[in-house]
Design a protein around this ligand. Structure first.
Ligand SMILES: [Zn+2]
Length: 448
């Protein structure tokens, strides 16, 4: 495959932006903001037409909000991405994470290596490339299009939140919002060999729940029958043996029906006759693996434990942190109530930190969905488009406050192995899928 001049320039732009290490640190005082400023300052050099025709505002610190004026003042659209990346060091990478080197993957596909190629500078660059190219052709959108690029999606996420607040204060309610999320994948559904575009129509809620036991301390040589740490351990075991109830949401069922219609027999029968097989399928989802189990229920995982500071002193306070992902259709309150019932010990105090409810579900009918579906089908022929519930959290959840049509999809093909490089080592993007991503956004924007 050889690329034309425009494609080579797009690839070079991606490489240049990958080379700016905009790493988000959990403790933002450790973030090197000069890299973020450099990233912001680099964009006008790479995309002169965008910076001539669109208005650009800095929000929430280093997040960017561009407005591309349309012909009418009807409801606008918002295309989202984030340009912060999770930290990476050279260790374990075949090509350094911030080199942006071009090379080949194990299968011989040309790729661009680097942290952020898939998550999420890739999406940001294909969006900018499409807009710049359309501007070059004199294209004017029917309605305003906003580009909202967050600077701390991987940590606080308040950059995107600030953009939402700004739009809300101006009385803007977008007709369509697109952020990262699903992708074009293969082999994720039993009996289906065709590529599948999974589009997130909702995402689970998220909360950190602390379980705390306070007790009188003392010397470890004369312990009480039940120490604070032992009481906490009992609570953890009790919680672990009482998983949340499994249940199909309407979106799960729509996904099963959509994909099931393309499955080989006899699976097709099972997936398309849910009135008969629903109970069996739910049982299968619970048991098939961690991912299918997470699809049908709220999940809980104890991630952190703390006790005494000294090896010979009893803990006066023992704390367990439980990371909970709340299923669509359930709530933070339901989840806390479940944990309280499972633990069943009033001396274990529960406290929800940063709770965020599951998102509303965006429709799979209507203009916004149809446009998204048609764009995928045109750019990735032979691909089955299906809605799904995202298991992780994205910046787009803030936009559900001001829009009913929030979708989560990156227009890239990702193999299972490639998906495994997200937030891990050897992240890279195939050159072919990167270029198709630009075509996808061109097609989508023309229809907005
Ligand atoms: Zn991301």
């Amino acid at each position: 495959m050889t690329e034309d001049t425009a494609q080579l320039r797009a690839i070079a732009n991606l490489q240049q932006l990958i080379r700016i290490p905009t790493m988000s640190r959990l403790d933002e005082t450790e973030t090197d903001w000069t890299q973020f400023q450099l990233f912001i300052d680099t964009l006008p050099q790479l995309y002169p037409l965008i910076h001539e025709h669109l208005q650009r505002e800095l929000v929430g610190g280093y997040s960017l909000l561009y407005r591309w004026p349309g012909r009418s003042d009807a409801a606008p659209s918002v295309l989202m991405a984030h340009y912060d990346v999770v930290p990476a060091t050279d260790e374990g990478w075949q090509h350094p994470p911030f080199s942006g080197e071009r090379g080949e993957d194990a299968a011989g596909h040309p790729v661009i290596w680097g942290r952020g190629t898939l998550d999420d500078k890739g999406s940001l660059v294909v969006t900018l490339e499409a807009v710049e190219a359309l501007l070059g052709e004199g294209f004017v959108p029917d309605n305003d299009i906003y580009l909202s690029f967050g600077h701390n999606e991987e940590t606080a996420g308040d950059g995107a939140q600030a953009a939402v607040e700004l739009l809300e204060s101006r009385g803007i309610s977008p007709a369509f919002v697109l952020d990262e999320g699903g992708a074009v994948v293969e082999g994720i559904f039993p009996g289906v060999d065709d590529p599948i575009a999974v589009i997130g129509v909702a995402e689970k809620g998220i909360m950190t729940l602390t379980m705390t036991v306070d007790q009188e301390g003392g010397h470890a040589s004369t312990p009480p029958r039940l120490t604070a740490t032992a009481r906490l351990a009992k609570a953890i075991v009790a919680l672990n043996s009482r998983p949340f109830k499994a249940r199909f949401t309407a979106t799960n069922l729509e996904m099963i029906r959509t994909l099931g219609a393309h499955a080989r027999q006899p699976l097709r029968f099972a997936f398309t006759n849910l009135w008969l097989t629903r109970g069996l399928l739910l049982w299968l989802f619970r048991r098939l693996g961690d991912e299918t189990s997470a699809i049908v229920r709220t999940t809980q995982a104890v991630t952190q434990l703390s006790g005494s500071q000294a090896s010979n002193a009893l803990a006066e306070r023992a704390v367990a942190t439980v990371n909970i992902r709340v299923a669509v259709g359930s709530s933070v309150a339901d989840a806390v109530a479940h944990v309280r019932r499972a633990v069943n010990d009033p001396r274990v105090k529960l406290e929800a930190q940063h709770p965020s409810e599951p998102s509303p579900v965006s429709p799979t009918t209507g203009r916004a969905w149809q446009l998204l579906k048609a764009s995928v089908e045109e750019i990735y022929p032979g691909t089955i488009v299906t809605p799904y519930v995202m298991l992780g959290a994205s910046d787009s959840r803030h936009f559900t406050r001001i829009s009913h049509n929030v979708y989560r999809f990156s227009p890239f093909e990702m193999s299972k192995e490639e998906r495994g490089t997200l937030h891990a080592m050897n992240e890279r993007i195939r050159v072919s899928t990167f270029l198709r991503g630009i075509e996808f956004y061109r097609r989508l924007i023309r229809g907005l």
